[in-house]
Write a protein that binds this ligand. Sequence first.
Ligand code: GLU
Length: 313
Amino acid sequence: MQTVGRFAPSPSGRLHLGNLLCSLLAWLSARQKNGRVVLRIEDLDTARCPVRYGEQAAEDLRWLGLVWDEGPGIGGPHHPYEQSRRTALYEQALRALREQGLVYPCFCTRAELHAASAPHREDGSVVYAGTCRNLTGAQAAERAGQRPPAMRLKVPEEVWSFTDGHMGAFSMNLAQECGDFLLRRSDGMFAYQLAVVVDDAAMGVTEVVRGSDLLSSTPPQLYLYHLLGQQPPAFYHGPLLLDSQGRRLSKRNADVGLEVLREQYSPAEILGKLAYLAGFNPSAEPRTAEALLADFDWGRVPKTDLRLPEGLF
Ligand code: GLU
């Protein structure tokens, strides 16, 4: 079976080096297996990800030479390639889960969700306490008259495990560590977890490469693959890129955004430095994406987060 990899940026601003590292790893990992690459724009949150940011992200990736076989600007059998235009597919999946009796409406407000007693995950998000899980039909109907509900998936008290292609074995007790998770928000926006699984399955993706911040999203996603009767892809979670103070890169770090980098460096200069930092370029010398294929090896990529040294960029 041919490998199909993908990049799936959420363009809420200009791409930065962290997004590029992830896209570079995804591209190299798939291409080294003679695989195809899909570009999908994860713009579910249309207020934060306006169309022009998605177009700019595609243009920046093209400029870098991380060419894709299917996606914006090229088309392909699984179009559209913007999540904001794929809601009919998410509706269909939500319906399939509802028919299994696994979806319930949740009326909790943000304040209720963050009540002091709620168990918090490492990233500060809350494990849902299950408050609305056992509402009767009458109770739910009454509350629906007051505010539109979010939709949640009931998760079982089960441990789900998988072997990550880079990070190794990972397990999670779904009920205790993840909790009943959102499928759709109360404002109608579909949740990342549902959309990413529906799209990767629909697009025939066989390997998902992304940052290690999403490692703990994988067991609930595997559970969704199972419920939707789909074959899950292989997963590779790569290291995150941190700034020189050890903080995750974000829009705050304008100096590592492509707007600035494109003024200063060629694509090969950027990729060569990134690959050096990620362990598969012997020096920070310029290398094109094609040239890096010869040296790329997941075994050389660190498992711990990478701190950008002062002066590399
Ligand atoms: N759109 C997500 C992000 O940019 C990535 C989702 C994924 O790779 O599963 O963080």
